[in-house]
Design a protein around this ligand. Structure first.
Ligand code: CA
Length: 537
């Protein structure tokens, strides 16, 4: 190299730049006839708050537009996130990898541009790529175009980071601004190339600010309550309740006054003259109305984009996927927020419309995880799943309703952020069509966060879909537990989660069989935790 003159050097660089441009031009040519892909994701929009999922809230008709995707496409009944919190879930989707491998365990995680594989592979396949709205992966998006909220972003008059322009400010509600930006992008797109668009709302993330036009929506309606808001029966274990319920006041943000540090009566039922029951009811009603008003804003905005696609004549040639970045507790078990492996939090809504190959009104109960989204989108783009991804394409399931013989039988779960923000202990879980086995290991990477009692829970979902009866100690489930533990161990090894560099693995190993000595130790830890809290008060 040192023998080249500057002129010769420029010649070489110029030639290699031209060579680099060539494959992309070829790729664009090969991309003709491929469908557009819009991957719509709201933040914390759970399946219970989508009409098509037929929950207790369906009678409120919260999502008429999103429901049309189910009516004209497919609804997934068993779609799960592998780590129920914003940043890690988004990283799983972008990389197709579980957290231990993609390195994004918690809200502090970053995803460097060179590891934003989904965008990189889409570009290689000849797609024009764009990310608009909430991003939450710290680094700049590696897309041809982006206009994203910094961090959590603001609900009202949001600021965006726009490619080539830097910081831009918009006026109005974030759901409206994000949709305006999507429509502007679509109008200015290169019509000779298919597009891959991430259209991501901030709503309905807390603290739930709706556009002023929704202020009266559901104002006079009594929102149906889940039974478990009032009676949590045999849900949970020593890990979530403490020995003889001694930690109920300290674990899991509550709707009512149960969790003394963090509960929604502090936000929305402050009057000390209210009874516990009145306060809980008022906090729940306020919570749900705020949440559903944000959902309504998402649904109405989505209609504007669908109308545009119809007008452009590209509605049927566009794969439209709708999901939330995880589920959310809407008062079930007297919890709010996500993080739990309990169904409402671990489940992700997932709907796909693509009439060219997906039958209208279909449903599937195949187990699908967020690490599978990337491979599936790439499959629609004609790209084989890269070897470094854990996920697998479920395109054929969407198109035929049938699972390949070797399709996964279980979803893996791991919530890493022990006792952060909402007082949830760290835990792992496995979910099959029949069972959910959860192990709360209750320990942090940092020694400064106290340990909570380790405990196992098993739910027989065929008999108990709302997880109201932990049957871990029932002798008739002994064999099922042995089988599930074996499966769980295998998945942990496959996803590199059992690496000894992670401090929790010592506890997981120690309490794996949960014999009498482990149980006695868990009771001691429960007492110690209560005492540490009482000293602080
Ligand atoms: Ca989220």
């Amino acid at each position: 190299m040192e023998t080249l003159t500057r002129r010769q050097f420029m010649k070489v660089v110029g030639a290699s730049a031209a060579a680099a441009a060539l494959p992309s031009a070829l790729a664009a040519k090969g991309a003709q006839g491929k469908p557009n892909i819009i991957f719509i994701m709201s933040d914390d929009h759970c399946a219970q708050a989508i009409g098509a999922y037929n929950s207790r809230l369906a009678k409120l008709n919260p999502t008429p537009t999103i429901d049309t995707l189910a009516k004209e496409g497919i609804l997934l009944e068993n779609c799960f996130c592998t780590n129920s919190i914003c940043t890690p879930s988004r990283a799983c989707i972008m990389t197709g990898q579980h957290s231990a491998v993609n390195g994004v365990y918690d809200l502090g995680g970053r995803l460097e541009p060179e590891r934003q594989y989904l965008a990189i592979e889409m570009k290689k396949a000849g797609y024009q790529t764009a990310a608009i709205g909430k991003w939450h992966l710290k680094t700049d998006p590696n897309f041809d175009y982006y206009k994203v909220l910094p961090g959590q972003g603001s609900y009202m008059n949001p600021t965006f980071k726009e490619k080539g322009k830097g910081t831009v400010k918009m006026q109005g509600h974030s759901s409206d601004c994000i949709t305006d930006s999507v429509l502007e992008y679509l109008k200015g797109r290169d019509k000779d190339k298919p597009f891959f668009l991430k259209y991501h709302f901030k709503a309905p993330h807390d603290m739930f600010e709706n556009a002023p036009r929704y202020e009266s929506y559901l104002a006079d309606v009594d929102i149906p309550e889940p039974d478990s808001l009032w009676d949590n029966r045999n849900n949970g274990s020593i890990a979530t309740r403490g020995h003889k319920d001694e930690l109920l006041r300290y674990l899991g943000t509550s709707i009512g006054r149960r969790n003394i540090r963090r509960n929604y009566t502090k936000n929305w039922a402050k009057d000390p003259g209210l009874s516990d029951k009145e306060a809980k009811r008022q906090a729940y009603q306020t919570y749900l109305k705020k949440f559903l008003r944000c959902v309504k804003g998402v649904d109405d905005n989505l209609k504007r984009v669908i109308d545009y696609l119809k007008k452009e004549g590209i509605y049927d040639n566009t794969v439209i996927m709708y999901t939330g970045d995880q589920g959310f507790m809407l008062g079930e078990h007297d919890y709010q927020d996500k993080r739990w492996a309990y169904e409402e939090s671990m489940q992700m809504p997932f709907l796909v419309r693509y009439p060219k190959s997906i039958k209208a009104g279909s449903r599937t109960d195949a187990i699908v995880e967020n690490v599978d989204f990337g491979p599936t989108m790439l499959d629609f783009a004609g790209v084989d799943t890269p070897k470094y991804m854990h996920g697998r394409s479920f395109k054929s399931i969407l198109e035929t309703g049938k699972e390949p013989k070797d399709w996964k039988k279980a979803a893996y779960y791991h919530y890493w952020m022990h006792m952060a923000h909402h007082d949830n202990p760290g835990h792992i879980a496995i979910r099959t069509k029949h069972y959910k086995l959860i192990f709360f290991y209750g320990t942090a990477q940092k020694a400064s966060v106290p340990q909570t009692p380790p405990g196992w829970e098993l739910y027989d979902l065929e008999k108990d879909p709302y997880e109201m009866n932990n049957v871990y100690d029932k002798p008739e489930y002994k064999e099922a537990i042995t089988r599930l533990k074996r499966q769980l161990k295998r998945l942990r090894s496959e996803y590199k989660e059992d690496d000894p560099k992670f401090a929790f693995n010592k506890v997981i190993e120690e309490f794996w069989d949960y014999d009498e000595a482990d149980r006695a130790r868990a009771i001691e830890i429960s007492h110690a935790y209560r005492q540490s809290k009482e000293r602080k008060r």
